[in-house]
Write a protein that binds this ligand. Structure first.
Ligand code: SF4
Length: 752
């Protein structure tokens, strides 16, 4: 700073804002009294009246955005000169008017001495002897330049560097993070918050993002100035409203009313800085800092495309036009910008530079000339054994430990984490625990029926059950197949109960999905063909069977325990009263089977559930079997009797089979050998004892689920052992509408 002691009185100092503040501090601290003018390169030199944008709009119909872009050229335009380019003559005429009407006021341009501070650019319209001065010597401390593995690692680097400096005893308000992007801020703030390190995000924020400003602009546009002013009179006074009032009071109301868009443009220029804590890390912009020897600066994103921000060749005047008035080209501007940035960086004592190695592609570090030793290092984040990020690291460990315990997934840092945290390990259990006992009781008592479908859903994923049947979030609308199923079921029910049916009436009784209505005629034809065929097959079978008593659409409504009721509808029950047997049949639109392999599947419960429920209703009767009957076939297979065979399990007693199906042709896999025995290899037989066991097992399953529901045990727990081979989705998740809100572990299988 001693370099400043020779500054001559009545000079012009060309310096940026930080250097100007530093100089003024120096002068006041050293009792130096000088009469100096200051100018910041690339700002406008002349003085403009506040009504500048309004004036250009009214007088020349120039939109305010363009007015702002033109302002910087007027310093370079000579109103006495004739230009050979139209744009320049236009600017000359505008400037003449601006000067005449006192909207623009030119200032003194001839000085004895012009001081260019720290490589500041000296515009050509200024005259005088130019002297270069530096506010400070180049630091002799080396600069550390870190290449972080990627953008995320860059954030970790900054966080760890802050912790390192704090641990070394650097005062918290002496650490400044510069040149971070918005995404960097989000990541860094998260880490600082987790570690309880106070911070100030000291960046200008446009007020256009604030709800009050949005409302204000909308009111101005739609209802005009007076309505807007009335609205403002009713809002609470705070820093934001004070700024807004200032803009309102700066302009004449008649001017505003005539030029609402220009006024909105002026309002949109307002911004605010949140000053926050006194003792805190500061995150701010490079250009907003007054550098200080005692402070530590961590400058992020130190790579060519990002720092410093460049001037581009897309201004109002082309480079050729700008050259005619000696306005600097973008090349010149960037050269000076680099020089000025380099000058500032070279003078910072405690400087740490960092950039991400990869943004989209690999980047190259900024080509700023650093006239001091630069130490380059690579940085990659590793989980540390000691950290301030307790919550974060525990959670990370707990998740990894859970993945290992449950799915044997070993993450690379699991062993290290295990060594550090095993003793403090808190179990990570992905239980859903967001429901209170009272709410649970209300919901369960309100929705206390247990059907086969609900039980299957619970076993596929308890969380899905909770959302679908307690919170009722699953609002499925019917589709064509539900429609077909309903029509065929009804036709078969009427045929069994009343001996006939009116298909047209039934077709009209159900709602065909509206969005598919153009397909109705085609489906009507298919349904009619299928109904005619299946009705004939079912009638023939019922007539031939010695299980003479047939119940169609039998409703289940049985109290199960203190809370739950079993509910559902069994399509058909056929009873042999003479021998005390019954058989359950479920109509299926598609091809379904139930084999001994399915007995262990918790999510294939429909037939066992009906069996268990009916056995409770009719304990005197004995079960003979559980079967599916396919009701609809494709054109190619329709009408071929073999394709309509029932599928499922029937007890392995010939005497029962012969009474149920005297022709022994109606059940897939069921035949009788010539010696009267049953084939050994068929999957369609079950012993009466095993069928009884299935009833007991099913009841246990239902009790278990009922208990879990009552306790609110709604784990997010899809079945991970069974998946769709094509999509890799768990069978629980493949059609689940809740996959976006459940943190599904389905992805462990490779599914979405
Ligand atoms: S997507 Fe999977 S894990 Fe999520 S609620 Fe549905 S079934 Fe459960």
């Amino acid at each position: 700073m001693d370099l400043l002691k020779d500054i001559k009185n009545h000079s012009l100092i060309i310096a940026n804002n930080q250097d100007k503040l530093e100089m003024l501090n120096y002068f006041s601290n050293n009792s130096v009294f000088l009469n100096l003018d200051f100018f910041e390169s690339f700002n406008t030199y002349s003085k403009f009246n506040i009504n500048y944008t309004f004036y250009l709009k009214e007088k020349f119909n120039i939109e305010p955005y363009l007015s702002d872009r033109l302002r910087k050229y007027f310093d370079y335009i000579d109103i006495n000169k004739i230009y050979d380019l139209d744009k320049l003559n236009l600017l000359k005429n505008v400037k003449k008017q601006l000067v005449n009407d006192l909207i623009m006021k030119e200032k003194k341009r001839d000085y004895h001495t012009l001081y260019s501070v720290n490589d500041s650019y000296v515009p050509e319209f200024l005259s005088g002897e130019i002297i270069d001065i530096s506010t400070k010597n180049i630091s002799n401390k080396p600069v550390c330049l870190y290449k972080a593995k990627n953008q995320k690692n860059q954030i970790y680097f900054v966080y760890e560097k802050i912790v390192e400096l704090l641990e070394k005893g650097v005062s918290i308000n002496k650490i400044k993070v510069l040149n971070s992007s918005e995404n960097d801020d989000i990541g860094l703030i998260k880490l600082l918050k987790d570690a309880n390190i106070p911070y100030n995000l000291s960046k200008r924020k446009s007020l256009t993002e604030y709800p009050l400003m949005i409302k204000l602009i909308t009111t101005l546009r739609n209802d005009g100035y007076l309505a807007c002013k009335k609205m403002l009179e009713e809002v609470k006074i705070n820093d934001i409203t004070k700024k807004i009032f200032r803009v309102f009071n700066s302009f004449d109301s008649k001017l505003i009313i005539k030029n609402i868009d220009v006024f909105i443009h002026e309002l949109k220029k307002l911004s605010i800085v949140d000053l926050g804590f006194k003792n805190a890390i500061t995150i701010t912009n490079f250009n907003d800092v007054v550098f200080n020897d005692e402070e530590y600066y961590i400058l992020m994103n130190y790579y060519e495309e990002y720092f410093p921000k460049k001037y581009l060749d897309n201004d109002y005047l082309s480079n050729n036009e700008a050259k005619k008035i000696s306005y600097p080209s973008s090349f010149t501007l960037n050269r000076h910008l680099r020089a000025s940035v380099s000058s500032r960086l070279n003078r910072i004592d405690n400087l740490i530079l960092v950039y991400p190695n990869k943004v989209i592609e690999e980047v190259i570090p900024s080509r700023i000339t650093l006239n001091r030793e630069v130490k380059e290092e690579f940085y990659e984040y590793f989980v540390k054994e000691e950290t301030y990020l307790d919550d974060f690291i525990y959670l990370d460990f707990a998740k990894k430990r859970y993945d290992f315990d449950n799915y044997n997934i070993i993450s690379p840092d699991l062993i290290r984490l295990n060594n550090v945290f095993l003793n403090k390990h808190k179990l990570y259990i992905p239980y859903f625990s967001g429901i209170t006992k009272d709410t649970l009781d209300v919901l369960v008592n309100k929705h206390n029926t247990l059907s086969a479908y609900k039980l299957e859903t619970f076993n596929l994923c308890p969380f899905k059950y909770y959302l679908s049947f307690l919170l009722k979030l699953d609002n499925f609308s019917g589709n064509i197949f539900t429609y077909i199923g309903n029509v065929i079921h009804k036709a078969l029910e009427m045929k069994t109960k009343e001996g006939d049916y009116d298909l047209d009436f039934i077709l009209d009784s159900y709602d065909f999905p509206e969005e598919e209505s153009y397909k109705f005629l085609i489906f009507k034809e298919i349904i009619t063909e299928n109904v005619n065929m299946i009705e004939q097959i079912v009638s023939e079978f019922e007539n031939s069977s010695l299980f003479k008593k047939v119940y169609s659409e039998h409703k289940i409504n049985i109290d199960f325990d203190e809370t739950f009721t079993l509910s559902g509808v069994i399509d058909k029950i056929m009873i042999d009263k003479e021998n005390g047997y019954y058989l359950i049949i479920d109509y299926k639109y598609g091809d379904e089977n139930y084999s001994p392999n399915d007995i262990d599947k918790d999510y294939d419960l429909q037939l066992p559930f009906y069996l268990m429920a009916y056995q409770k209703e009719e304990p005197e009767l004995k079960p003979a079997g559980i079967l599916y009957q396919q009701t609809s076939l494709l054109k190619e297979t329709r009408g071929k009797i073999n394709n309509y065979k029932m599928k499922g399990l029937i007890i392995d007693l010939v005497s029962v089979i012969e009474r149920f199906d005297p022709s022994v042709t109606r059940i897939q896999g069921v035949s009788i050998n010539k010696d009267g025995s049953l084939p050994k290899r068929s999957n369609s037989f079950i012993s009466p004892m095993d069928l009884d066991k299935l009833i007991v097992k099913t009841e246990e399953r239902v009790r278990d689920i009922a208990k879990k529901i009552s306790l609110g045990d709604f784990k997010i727990m899809p079945i991970l052992t069974d998946k769709n081979q094509t999509t890799n989705d768990s069978i629980s998740c493949q059609y689940c509408p809740f996959h976006t809100i459940c943190y599904s572990k389905n992805k462990h299988l490779g599914g979405e």
